[in-house]
Ligand binder design. Structure first.
Ligand code: C2E
Ligand code: MG
Ligand code: MG
Length: 730
């Protein structure tokens, strides 16, 4: 998944988490708010209850205040005097109640319920005038208490109340008020009064006056006041005040203490700050987690990329190639497409590594990777290892477009590749297998592309081959030959070395013989070296095989009285820097003089061998071993290339010799080769001389040595020995 998509998912997770956290915070806030409301409601209910009780107690407190002067012998005595002492009454039962207890009105009635003393708001009033305004509230209370007194009500001793009383609420002189009536009785009991003949002390306390203000102050009630109508502000609490008969006279109103709201007010800022901190922390944590998750995911992607790609070129590796190939092949039928599988291998890449070093080899591999990616931008290009690449090419007609692809690759590689610090010219061989024509099994298709590649290499490299069934046959045969050759080399059965003599063109002296390997298979019969030598070269058997031939040849030549033995060397051997050492060891072992050994090397393998190998061969040459260039004319055929190389002889390939026909003047090429060789100080051998005409022509143009069926066919070591002995005798 792309990094952007992952970042988007991570930010979605952050946003969702934040929404959930906010919802939870909202839920908690709602619960807190509901709890605060509930707590407020409970508190208000409780306050109402407490205030109702407090009001009740305070109403009683008025009666209690009265007892201070109404349960007192002096008052009884004073009131029973024929003439009332108004000043005394002011000081003890009237004005004093205003100044000391805050009672707003006081009046005293005699046993016949006539007002004998009146005080209002600290000032004595005329009793007669006052009596007219006592009204309907006090009168029933006075009557009620008078009845109680007449019936001789007794106060229990343990009671906190000293005398009976009557108390009620009502509107008095336009004020809502508490009205309390108390009898004036003896405190000592020494003055006996006939029940129902007592004076009564009536105290009035206005509810809309100082009473309520005092109450509010004492109980610390905010905005406590009295009102005749219920409060309009719903934040105010109230207690309804009713008379005993149930008549509503007004309300005690106050601003109730709301603990929930207060608590909210106290903790809300802290809660909001905490919530913000929690949110901040969550965001921070999520960002950190997401960053590490992204880093982890990026590391994972990198690991996945590394597991699927070649670190040098960045191309798909074999694991990804195998997977992709299987997938594409499975979908091929569904999509109605065809596939060309291209196997690409650089020609002689090993030489680049050996001659120019591995860093240059790596640069070349990277350059080829670029070339392939550019040529096939929409195909999967993979590096399967070393210098081996593959392309999975899908198209409507993949065989055709795949071939075009192969040609394009060859075309680009026909020019030298710039490696930054120099140019390299390298070819590539390409094998193609096509699905579904060649099958849709991935293993089978890969095998067929590989066979086609092998074919392209065998047909001379720098080309491409499509897989064909006969190719498969050849490969099968080849692998059988390989197996059987191993077996033959293990037992030695069927392997032999024949010797084909060569002669001086002038005079016809026997100069030496070339060792030629023979393999006679028990079933297949004689297998030509052109068939099994390349197989031995490919499967790594050639060095052992050729060293065996060399040793046989040296042993054989050591028995000849004279003459040179020529031994063919393979290109593979020439890449081994220990070659000279090993040849020298064989010479020592067989006791053959180095001057009697000639090594035949093909022109191409000689030119492509490393500097070190060539200098080793130069050392062999210094001790007398001769070097001949075999099959001259089939490779570079360039004297320019040979300049500076330490060689002694050129063997003109038999394909040129065969052009010398009866009656013709002979190949001008041979003539040119011989002239140039002579100019370069090299001797020449013509191989494959089959006719007298060829012999005469070659001799006439100055060829030094002749070899061919005309003169001698390859023969056994024994026959060769006889031949040499016979030559000695002549
Ligand atoms: P070559 O080195 O050019 O050897 C000469 C080949 O030409 C031999 O074939 C020989 O039998 C054949 N020949 C000789 N005179 C005539 C002629 O007049 N007419 C025709 N048509 N052919 C003639 P052979 O033995 O089949 O070997 C073929 C090639 O196999 C050799 O070509 C050589 O390149 C390779 N070879 C043979 N023996 C060995 C060996 O021991 N080691 C290696 N590395 N290569 C070997
Ligand atoms: Mg040869
Ligand atoms: Mg030859």
């Amino acid at each position: 998944m792309a990094l952007d998509a992952r970042e988007e998912i991570v930010s979605q997770i952050i946003v969702r988490t934040l929404i959930i956290v906010m919802l939870m915070a909202g839920l908690v806030a709602t619960f807190v708010w509901i709890a605060a409301r509930k707590s407020d409601e409970l508190s208000i209910e409780r306050q109402q209850h407490v205030i109702a009780t407090v009001l009740e107690q305070n109403f009683r407190a008025i009666a209690h205040d009265q007892e201070a002067a109404t349960v007192w012998d002096d008052s009884v005595r004073e009131l029973s005097a024929p003439v009332l002492d108004a000043t005394w009454l002011d000081e003890n039962l009237g004005v004093w109640f205003y100044t000391y207890y805050g009672h707003d009105e006081v009046f005293i009635v005699d046993p016949r319920d006539r007002v004998v003393y009146a005080m209002r708001e600290g000032r004595r009033h005329d009793a007669g005038t006052y009596a007219r305004s006592v009204g309907s509230v006090a009168t029933p209370l006075i009557a009620e208490l008078r009845n109680k007194m007449r019936s001789g009500v007794k106060i229990p001793k343990a009671s906190s109340v000293l005398s009976p009383g009557a108390i009620d609420l009502g509107t008095f002189h336009g004020h809502p008020a508490i009205i309390s009536v108390k009898p004036i009785v003896s405190d000592t009991g020494e003055i006996v009064q006939k029940p129902g003949t007592e004076y009564f002390h009536v105290s009035i306390r206005y509810l809309d006056g100082s009473f309520v203000a005092d109450l509010a102050r004492r109980y610390q009630l905010t905005d406590g006041h009295f009102a005749s109508a219920p409060p309009e502000d719903e934040n105010r609490s109230r207690v309804a005040l009713r008379t005993h008969r149930g008549t509503l006279i007004g309300y005690f109103i106050w601003a109730p203490f709301r603990p929930g709201t207060a608590m909210l007010g106290e903790v809300a800022p802290a809660l909001v700050i905490s919530l913000l901190l929690v949110l901040g922390t969550i965001v921070w944590l999520l960002r950190r987690i997401s960053r590490s998750a992204l880093q982890l995911s990026a590391a994972k992607s990198q690991a996945v990329h590394l597991a699927n790609h070649d670190p040098l070129t960045g191309l798909a590796n074999r694991a990804l190639f195998d997977r992709q190939l299987s997938q594409e092949l499975a979908q091929l039928g569904v999509a109605g497409k065809t596939m060309a599988l291209l196997y690409i291998d650089l020609d002689h890449f090993k030489n680049v590594n050996d001659h120019l070093g591995h860093p240059t080899g790596d640069l070349l591999i990277c350059a080829l990777a670029r070339v392939l990616s550019e040529v096939a931008p929409s195909d999967l290009v993979a590096r399967l290892g070393g210098d081996e690449f593959a392309i999975i090419h899908i198209a409507d007609n993949a065989a055709k477009s795949g071939e075009r692809l192969a040609r394009n690759i060859q075309k680009i590689l026909a020019r030298p590749i710039d490696l930054g610090h120099g140019e390299v010219l390298i070819g590539a061989s390409i094998g193609l297998a096509v699905a579904p024509a060649d099958g849709t099994d991935p293993v089978e298709l890969v095998r067929k592309a590989d066979i086609a590649l092998y074919d392209a290499k065998h047909r001379g490299r720098r080309r491409h081959s499509f897989f064909t069934e006969p190719m498969g046959e050849r490969i099968r045969e080849r692998s059988e030959i390989e197996r059987e050759l191993r077996e033959a080399m293990r037992t030695g059965a069927g392997l032999d070395v024949l010797y084909q003599p060569f002669f001086a063109a002038q005079g016809g002296d026997l100069l030496g013989a070339e060792a030629l390997i023979r393999w006679t298979h028990p079933i297949r019969g004689s297998i030509p070296p052109e068939t099994f030598i390349p197989i031995a070269e490919e499967c790594g058997l050639i060095e052992t095989l050729n060293e065996w031939v060399l040793e046989q040849a040296c042993f054989a030549a050591a028995r000849w009285p004279a003459g040179i033995v020529a031994v063919n060397l393979s290109a593979v051997q020439l890449r081994n820097v220990t070659l000279a050492e090993r040849i020298y060891a064989i010479l020592k072992r067989t006791r053959l003089s180095p001057s009697r050994l000639e090594l035949e090397i093909t022109e191409t393998s000689f030119i492509e061998s490393s500097e070190k190998c060539r200098s080793n061969l130069g050392w062999l040459r210094d001790i007398g071993v001769r070097i001949a260039l075999d099959d001259f004319g089939t490779g570079y055929s360039s004297f320019k290339h040979l300049r500076g190389f330490e060689i002694d002889r050129i063997k003109i390939d038999q394909s040129f010799v065969a052009t010398i026909q009866l009656g013709q003047s002979g190949s001008p090429v041979i003539r040119a080769i011989i002239d140039l060789a002579r100019l370069s100080g090299l001797t020449t051998t013509a191989e494959g001389v089959e006719t007298e005409q060829q012999r005469l022509f070659l001799t006439s143009i100055g060829c030094d040595v002749l070899q061919g069926f005309l003169l001698a066919e390859p023969m056994t070591a024994g026959d060769a020995e006889t031949r040499f002995l016979a030559a000695l005798d002549q």
